[in-house]
Design a protein around this ligand. Structure first.
Ligand SMILES: Cc1cc2nc3c(=O)[nH]c(=O)nc-3n(C[C@H](O)[C@H](O)[C@H](O)COP(=O)(O)O)c2cc1C
Length: 180
């Protein structure tokens, strides 16, 4: 798929077919993710991202918590928890941004490969969700130096899913010339 078409036609998908996603595809997704830009010199030590591949229904259930809008995590054949290793380059602490770039690569690669995917929050910056976040961290047995950034639900998209039309802000509205 051409890049612009892939970017413009990607949508979050939350309903999936039962078809499993094979390991070769998972590796292609992580390969796309690791090509994102990162802070620091182009060396392995600057790359904070880590990807946990989850297929176990029990773990999925724990990650879905009790929220209706997280149940795509239960239904998806595959979850990828995106994490940052805080010790990789302790000078660059912009883990959310760096992993966010990797996640967008992953989402676009999924779309390009005919899969559907959805970014699901891990409550990194949500007020009042400390306990929910703890549950996610415990479910994944994350050590202290690993920061959980997001969980991505992945699968072959259910063609019956109703996708809400997206309202985009106009380019003219968000574009500022020279200064604010
Ligand atoms: C930071 C962030 C958190 C999100 N959290 C959730 C979530 O917890 N559950 C969910 O179903 N979708 C979540 N999404 C997906 C958004 O709802 C979705 O990207 C947005 O509505 C735009 O739709 P689109 O992805 O189809 O373009 C999240 C996306 C981002 C970037």
């Amino acid at each position: 798929m051409r890049t612009m078409k892939c970017i413009k036609t990607r949508r979050s998908r939350r309903m999936f077919l039962e078809k499993p996603v094979d390991d070769g595809i998972v590796k292609q997704l992580i390969d796309a993710a690791r090509h994102a830009p990162f802070g620091g010199p182009p060396k392995k030590t600057s790359q904070p991202w880590e990807f946990i591949v989850i297929r176990d229904p029990e773990t999925k259930q724990k990650l879905a918590l009790h929220y209706k809008d997280r149940q795509s995590l239960n239904q998806a054949p595959l979850l990828i928890a995106v994490c940052a290793d805080k010790t990789r380059d302790p000078k660059y602490k912009e883990w959310d941004i760096t992993c966010g770039l990797a996640i967008e690569n992953l989402l676009l690669a999924a779309h390009d490969l005919g899969l559907g995917a959805c970014f699901v929050t891990t409550f990194s910056h949500h007020e009042g969700h400390k306990e929910d976040r703890e549950e996610l961290i415990n479910a994944l047995h994350l050590p202290d130096h690993i920061k959980l950034i997001a969980i991505i639900a992945v699968g072959y998209p259910d063609p019956n899913e109703k996708i809400e039309e997206k309202e985009l802000r106009d380019v003219e509205e968000i574009m500022h010339n020279e200064t604010w």
